[in-house]
Design a protein around this ligand. Structure first.
Ligand code: GDP
Ligand code: IMO
Ligand code: MG
Length: 446
């Protein structure tokens, strides 16, 4: 048995939903530990596509318990829409539990997110405008409303009136917006409370009890390492901690509960929203990757910026998350290319730089130093073992493993569950130290 964290090793949308769904077959519990409806996780099973925003990607397995942990921010309206969609598809949500201490996204959070982005003008972050930053800001400011507060009608009414009085000053005076009517918001949210009540729980205790019973727990990250509030490319980040360390805080377990950490990375790089992106391609190749990879946001529909695989940020993700291994997704998207570039280091103000600089200003001056590898010019989407892959594709993967110093445990070649090569079972297989010495095609060279 193992308790495993799945994190995004780039700027989000790496395919965490697909990998989490794949591994959920061996999990008893799947826990989302941060983020909110800014996330969009796609799971494709047979001819059905599920787009999940808050509900963990383990929900398709009827016996797997799914938990939305205390570190998330919950927009009840969006969550109920998601529940309704699953109901329509006859997917049971009886096993979905919501932490009582998760914070609630309110209408003023969305309004303030949108208004702040407009006010920032050219300095905008390119947020999803789902109210994520303002909800986490209220949590830190200790004016947030939690799920447990929402469930107590009287206490909620009192807290809401006080908060809306204050938020209306911000909306009217700072942003020149219409004030909110506290009674209307109250009425709307009490309906949400009734709908969600049966799902609420002391999730930290539920996870602890599962761990005591030696159940398999999967922690599903949202966003990605470079969007982390502390460790990402600040200020072009989200307002939570997607990195592996965030899983303990966002679900209420100690670090000793965690057995291993899997990083999900695309075979190239994408980013949605603003912020520096050294390997971004503004040419035909970037356009091809975007089209073949269908790189449009799951949540906002925005076109994702596309570029080559960035070894510097990926090595950084290995370090910050203490990754045991990588799952490389969307290898098939590169199938048609003559040659493929990989960024092995940056040039920063005339000096070679192997590590991510701390500041956005320095990062925006980083120029990628590339190595060029041959493409394979044949389809990989039906490959099911490493032996099925063209030699150039294998060489490419081996190059990535050496560059990042992380063994590759999973290779994904399409959106469906079955379009996957399991190189090493990342849940039941050996841990990183052993993988380093084994005979896998992707062993890390000393
Ligand atoms: P997440 O946010 O990390 O869960 O990723 P998203 O679901 O937002 O974006 C990943 C997209 O790529 C989704 O549309 C997936 O269905 C799709 N996808 C995942 N793995 C693969 C793969 O190996 N190949 C291809 N072609 N698509 C994939
Ligand atoms: P998943 O879980 C990709 C980006 C936004 C913006 C920045 C801040 O699907 O990988 P926010 O609304 O969080 O305040 O926006 O973070 N962003 C994501 N990019 N995938 C995501 O989630 C993202 N969630 C937020 O585009 O640049
Ligand atoms: Mg996504």
């Amino acid at each position: 048995m193992a308790n495993v964290i799945v994190i995004g090793a780039q700027w989000g949308d790496e395919g965490k939903g697909k990998i989490t769904d794949l591994l959920s077959g061996s999990a008893d519990l799947v826990v989302r530990y941060q983020g909110g409806v800014n996330a969009g996780h796609t799971v494709v099973v047979s001819d059905q596509t599920f787009k999940l925003h808050l509900i963990p990607s383990g929900i398709l397995y009827p016996k797997t318990e799914c938990i939305i942990g205390n570190g998330t921010v919950i927009d009840p309206k969006e969550l109920i829409t998601e529940l309704d969609k699953l109901d329509e598809l006859n997917i049971s949500t009886d096993n979905l539990f919501i932490s009582e201490t998760a914070h609630v996204t309110m209408p003023y959070h969305r309004l303030i997110d949108q208004a702040t982005e407009e006010r920032r003008g050219t300095k905008k972050i390119g947020t999803t405008k789902r109210g994520i930053g303002p909800t986490y800001a209220d949590k830190s400011e200790r004016t947030g409303i939690r799920i447990i507060d929402l469930m107590d009608a009287d206490a909620f009414a009192e807290q809401l009136r006080w908060t809306i009085d204050y938020k209306n000053v911000v909306l009217e005076k700072l942003y020149d917006l219409e004030p909110l009517d506290a009674d209307e918001v109250l009425e709307e949210y009490l309906v949400y409370a009734d709908r969600l009540r049966s799902h609420t729980t002391d999730s930290s205790l539920q996870i602890y009890n599962a761990a005591q019973q030696k159940k398999n727990i999967l922690f599903e990250g949202a966003q990605g390492t470079l969007l982390d509030l502390d460790h990402g490319t600040y200020p072009y980040v989200t307002s939570s901690n997607p990195v592996a360390g965030g899983a303990c805080i966002g679900s209420g377990v100690g670090p000793t509960t965690i057995d291993r950490v899997i990083g999900v990375a695309k075979a190239y790089t994408t980013r949605v929203g603003e912020g520096p992106f050294p390997t971004e391609l503004d040419d035909e190749v970037g356009q091809t990757i975007c089209e073949v990879g269908a790189e449009f946001g799951t949540t906002t529909g925005r076109r994702r910026r596309c570029g080559w695989f960035d070894g510097v940020i990926s090595r950084y993700a290995v370090r910050i998350n203490g990754l045991d291994c990588l799952a490389i997704t969307k290898l098939d998207v590169l199938d048609g290319l003559d040659e493929i570039k990989v960024c092995v280091a940056y040039e920063l103000d005339g000096t070679r730089c192997e590590d991510l600089p701390s500041g956005a200003r320095q990062f925006s001056r980083c120029k990628p130093i590339y190595e060029t590898l041959p493409g394979w010019k044949q389809s990989t989407e039906d490959c099911r073992t490493l032996g099925d892959l063209p030699k150039a594709a294998l060489d490419y993967l081996e190059f990535l493993a050496k560059l990042t110093e992380a063994p590759i445990a999973i290779v994904s070649l399409g959106a469906s569950r079955d379009q996957t090569i399991i190189v090493e079972d990342p849940i039941h297989g050996p841990k990183r130290a052993l993988l380093k010495e084994n005979t896998s095609a992707f062993k890390v060279m000393a």
